[in-house]
Design a protein around this ligand. Structure first.
Ligand code: APR
Length: 206
């Protein structure tokens, strides 16, 4: 199996549901400022985690665009949830800077807890209106750059809800490794995961 690696860390993208990633230490929530159960990713995470998650979130709110806070996973199969408030596209500005801050802050929190694996949804690319391709560019570029710093994280997974988004991430990950080698798509039978990209070894240009 080949993999996109940034130093010691594997980076992959899959089509699936962020609440069905049982092999991952920390899943990231595309949260609202009040850290309430909402729709989209936040709704799914709070539903799966149960009411204890909001109890733990309440004293940590509100958060501002670009910020991240960490809680336990409660009823989720993950030890931690990292809640990020993405920018509302075009209203919280500069949106790309604030979105990048979400990914960096989430990875910092993960490293601070010795977390080894983390799964991100496409923060801001739903109700907050960030165009998927632009959001994917920020996500991939920022994560790859951040992983150059020493970290406990050994696996970053982008979990995309639909095939179109996954294809965009796939193309960006391939571009990030300079177009060398021949990335492959392999089937993955874990719950909530339909397929994953793994690319050839080597460091990206970021
Ligand atoms: N797993 C993975 N991805 C998901 C899931 C899921 N269960 N549910 C939705 N998505 C996808 C969406 O299709 C979108 O591409 O995640 C991306 C982010 O969508 P949102 O959850 O709408 O996140 P965001 O755009 O950051 O908006 C946050 O939405 O629900 C409210 O309370 C939340 O106010 C906050 C806002």
């Amino acid at each position: 199996m080949t993999q996109l690696r940034v130093g010691p860390t594997a980076v992959e993208c899959v089509r699936g549901d962020i609440t069905c990633q049982p092999d991952i230490d920390a899943v990231v929530n595309a949260a609202n400022a009040e850290l309430r159960p909402g729709g989209g990713v936040a709704g799914a995470i709070h539903r799966a985690a149960g009411p204890g998650l909001y109890e733990e979130c309440r004293p940590l709110a509100p958060i501002r665009p670009g910020e991240a806070v960490i809680t336990g996973g409660h009823g989720l199969p993950n030890r931690f949830v990292i809640h990020c408030l993405g920018p509302v596209y075009g209203a919280d500005v500069p949106s790309d800077v604030l979105l990048a801050r979400c990914y960096r802050n989430a990875l910092r929190l993960a490293a601070g807890r010795g977390i080894r694996s983390i799964a991100f949804p496409a923060i801001s690319a739903g109700i907050f209106g960030y165009p998927m391709e632009a959001a994917a560019q920020v996500a991939v570029r920022t994560v790859i750059a951040a992983l150059r710093d020493p970290s406990s994280v050994r696996l970053v997974r982008f979990v995309l809800f639909d095939g179109r988004a996954r294809t965009m991430y796939e193309a960006l990950l391939i571009a990030s490794i300079g177009g060398t080698g021949s990335p492959t798509t392999t089937r993955d039978t874990r719950p909530g995961t339909t397929d994953r990209l793994v690319g050839p070894g080597g460091r990206g240009p970021y």
